[in-house]
Design a protein around this ligand. Structure first.
Ligand SMILES: O=C([O-])CC(=O)C(=O)O
Ligand SMILES: [Mg+2]
Length: 511
């Protein structure tokens, strides 16, 4: 069965973008078969519609000649957002993934081409957690772009203007969007995706207490990384509170991950939040984030250290801090040099090394590089997928992908089913903890920190049950209709709440 999915996609063309285009067209022309492929051949389809291909698809989106599935809301059409929502053909929408295209993966400002990221991410709600595609809506807030090349391209479909200089104009537009969504539907889950750093933090802070919303780059990435780290610690047998964690990068992902790790240490080991934060060291393009710096953005300040020298390079920082864990969220390809990897190997019996930057071309190192440099001792997870390595004994080592899709679709679907008022930070902790326990000892043995993605719907059902229990217990959501009293039955109930297309009858005769 699984080979069929691969064979079909191979037949669509040699290049990833050929497969992407094929799947986009299939969704339009043979929707049921598209969803059969997505839901029954998920592992084969996902890399073609999501990371790593989606990065290139967004860069080329204006030239792909595909019809946008999602809704564009343009800054020059402001004060009419509610009317535009009401005119949209989908009437019962429960999940929105929204971007403004300013920071697409590690690729920068892609303006209206960012629609591709909302469209890609929303498919994961269906594939991974069984949300009915009929209730899912990708949105792109087109506020212009500072990418002049794109703006001037004859095929570019977005607003041909730079992003607004005045923050107030932007903020009012986002506020109008949030209020319009609330006026449009009784309950909506809103996922913020790939906003620029400053706006991402500000928007989340502003709306998180009053809306059922989260930011996947800050919170989803944090949860999957914490899950990977907790699973790695099952192998080393060490405590989270005893780790020294060095981040290359100090943006949304870094501060999101560092905050959730600190929160987890605080909850598990009773350290106060400030002491827990000191387990995390951030490094930006100017060097280590230390207290003596006067140029630190707001979100970095809680992680500034006064007890380490102001190292300018990663290798200096590794030597000074002696990290047990190295996390790459820098979008700097090959930043984990052989020297850095060798230093991590000298310092640790089992170095934990997570090059998380997306897409693959921006990863801080490959699995092969980390595996070879550490003599196979590395505990590894990456943002984009890498190939398996077969060692000299013939044992296959599968590099786990710290794929946000293990977390956000399940957390989001739980929030939808419970109609949660908001999504507190604790839910991401609960989801990460649950996921971190799921790899079997045999899977951990060969480096797989998570169960295989092929089982994603069962995994999501467990995460949904844990997240739903938390939301209900916190008084934010209600027990979904028809779910049993007993919590033991909730994973099965979550599995039962998932939408699926009919099982495919082979062959896919009309493709
Ligand atoms: O693609 C992912 O899942 C991670 C992500 O959101 C990003 O890199 O912006
Ligand atoms: Mg993202």
């Amino acid at each position: 069965m699984t080979d069929f999915g691969k064979a079909l996609l191979d037949a669509a063309g040699a290049f990833p973008l050929d497969k992407y285009r094929f799947l986009r067209r299939l969704r339009e022309t043979s929707t049921e078969q598209y969803y059969q492929l997505l839901c029954y051949y998920t592992q084969q389809v996902l890399p073609c519609i999501y990371t790593p291909t989606v990065g290139e698809a967004c860069q080329q989106y204006h030239a792909l000649r595909i019809k946008a599935r999602g809704l564009y809301l343009r800054l020059d059409h402001r004060r009419s957002i509610l009317a535009q929502l009401k005119a949209w053909p989908q009437k019962d929408v429960r999940v929105i993934v929204v971007t403004d295209g300013e920071r697409i993966l590690g690729l920068g400002d892609l303006g209206a081409n960012g629609m591709g990221i909302s469209e890609g991410k929303i498919e994961l709600y269906t594939a991974a957690a069984g949300v009915d595609p009929a209730v899912c809506l990708p949105v792109c807030l087109d506020v212009g772009t500072n990418n002049a090349q794109l703006r001037e391209h004859p095929d570019y479909a977005g607003l041909r203007a730079p992003r607004p200089l005045r923050q107030q104009v932007y903020d009012e537009f986002v506020a109008e969007f949030m209020e319009a969504v609330q006026a449009w539907q009784r309950h909506m889950l809103i996922q913020f995706e790939d906003f620029g750093n400053t706006n991402a933090f500000r928007i989340l802070d502003k709306y998180k207490d009053d809306y059922c919303c989260f930011n996947d780059d800050i919170q989803g990435t944090a949860a999957i990384t914490l899950a990977a780290l907790l699973a790695a610690l099952r192998v080393t047998g060490k405590r989270l509170a005893d780790q020294r964690i060095l981040f290359l990068g100090a943006g949304e992902a870094a501060t999101g991950i560092a905050s959730l790790i600190s929160f987890c240490i605080h909850r598990r080991d009773g350290l106060d939040q400030q002491a827990a934060r000191q387990r995390c060291h951030l490094m930006d393009s100017k060097g280590l984030v230390v207290g003596s710096r006067t140029d630190l953005q707001h979100h970095k300040i809680p992680f500034a250290h006064n007890d380490v020298p102001a190292c300018a390079t990663l290798i200096e920082a590794v030597r000074a801090i002696k990290p047990t864990v190295l996390i790459g969220v820098s979008a700097v390809a090959n930043a984990f040099t052989p020297e850095v990897l060798a230093a991590m190997t000298e310092l640790n019996e089992r170095p934990i090394i997570f090059p998380l930057s997306n897409p693959t071309s921006l990863a801080e190192c490959t699995f092969e590089q980390a595996y070879r440099a550490t003599g196979g001792a590395v505990l590894f997870a990456s943002g984009s997928p890498f190939d398996t390595i077969v060692d000299e004994r013939g044992v296959a080592h599968h590099p786990p992908q710290a794929n946000n899709a293990y977390i956000f679709p399940a957390v989001g679907h739980a929030a939808v089913l419970t109609k949660s008022k908001r999504i507190p930070q604790e839910v991401f902790l609960v989801a990460a903890e649950r996921l971190s326990t799921m790899a079997t000892p045999a899977e951990l043995e060969v480096g797989a920190l998570f169960p295989p993605f092929a089982r994603i719907r069962d995994i999501s059902a467990d995460v949904m049950a844990a997240a739903a229990a938390h939301l209900v217990d916190a008084g934010l959501g209600a027990v979904p209709e028809g779910w049993p009293e007993q919590r033991e039955g909730w994973a099965a109930a979550a599995r039962g709440a998932m939408w699926s297309p009919p099982m495919p009858t082979t062959p896919f005769s009309r493709l």
